[in-house]
Design a protein around this ligand. Structure first.
Ligand code: PEP
Length: 250
């Protein structure tokens, strides 16, 4: 059985003091019955949060990386730097990166390859826009994004990654996909994985749902067969809400 994973994407929020307090509260709220928990603060907060999660089961992740190992790339950060800072995971291809920073399936593929090579666990994000959903293009878009990002990897690499389905229309909007709608897409992604890597590997890959996950909808979302936890934005910035979402994944 796949262990559930609940990841908090803190995006471009929080001062160091606020972030430390939040991480401390989350660490205090978890026990050995909780699923895997991952915090993804902004780069400047990583070292402070590392201190807070040090002796706990909470994992630390970055929100982006660049594929070059070093050099004159002002403003970028490499996989080695992320590892060196104490992270185990990295979010790749979040829809905000696709929308505002020109990321494409090709750049997502390259970043995922870099993360895997460095030993970081990539959380590869895919999701359709509202327009694409309304035009009946959801499965075409998801298949294109998943293939574009992952097709070139061998099954043993596919085994190492996490996928996040995040319908763009549900991110930060308060509009959540119904559990059935989300499950349909997760099942589609699982089918792609089976086709690409075989059933045994496909069954081990965690597919997270993201898009306005809240304490009151988390349990029904996480109870769907192919939903293996959540990538949580807004609600991960509040200790009480995020702890409740973690509990819902038990
Ligand atoms: C996200 O940023 O990945 C996200 C899902 O945000 P929110 O939970 O706020 O919709």
């Amino acid at each position: 059985m796949r262990q559930k994973l609940v990841a908090g994407n803190w995006k471009m929020h929080l001062s160091t003091d606020e972030a430390r307090d939040l991480a401390r509260s989350i660490v205090e709220s978890i026990d050995n019955t909780t699923p895997e928990v991952l915090l993804c603060p902004s780069f400047t907060l990583i070292s402070a949060i590392k201190d807070e999660v040090e002796d706990s089961p909470v994992f630390l992740g970055a929100q982006n990386l660049f594929w070059e190992p070093k050099g004159a790339f002002t403003g970028e950060i490499s996989a080695e730097m992320i590892l060196d800072a104490g992270c185990t995971h990295v979010i790749i291809g979040h829809s905000e990166r696709r929308q505002y920073f020109g990321e494409t399936d090709a750049s997502v593929q390259r970043k995922t390859a870099t993360a895997l090579q460095a030993g970081l666990i990539p959380i590869v994000c895919v999701g359709e826009t509202l327009e694409e959903r309304e035009e009946g293009q959801t499965s075409v878009v998801i298949n294109r994004q998943v293939s574009g990002a992952l097709e070139r990897f061998k099954p043993e690499d596919i085994r190492k990654l996490v996928i996040a389905y995040e319908p763009v229309w549900a991110i930060g909007t308060g509009r959540t996909a119904t559990p059935e709608t989300a499950q349909e897409v997760h099942q589609l992604i699982r089918a792609w994985l089976i086709d690409h890597s075989g059933k045994e590997i496909a069954e081990t890959v965690r597919i997270l749902y993201g898009g306005s996950v809240k304490p009151d909808n988390a349990e029904t979302l996480f109870s769907q067969v192919d939903i293996d936890g959540g990538l949580v934005g807004g609600a991960s910035l509040k200790a009480e809400a995020f702890s409740a979402i973690i509990k819902a994944a038990r």
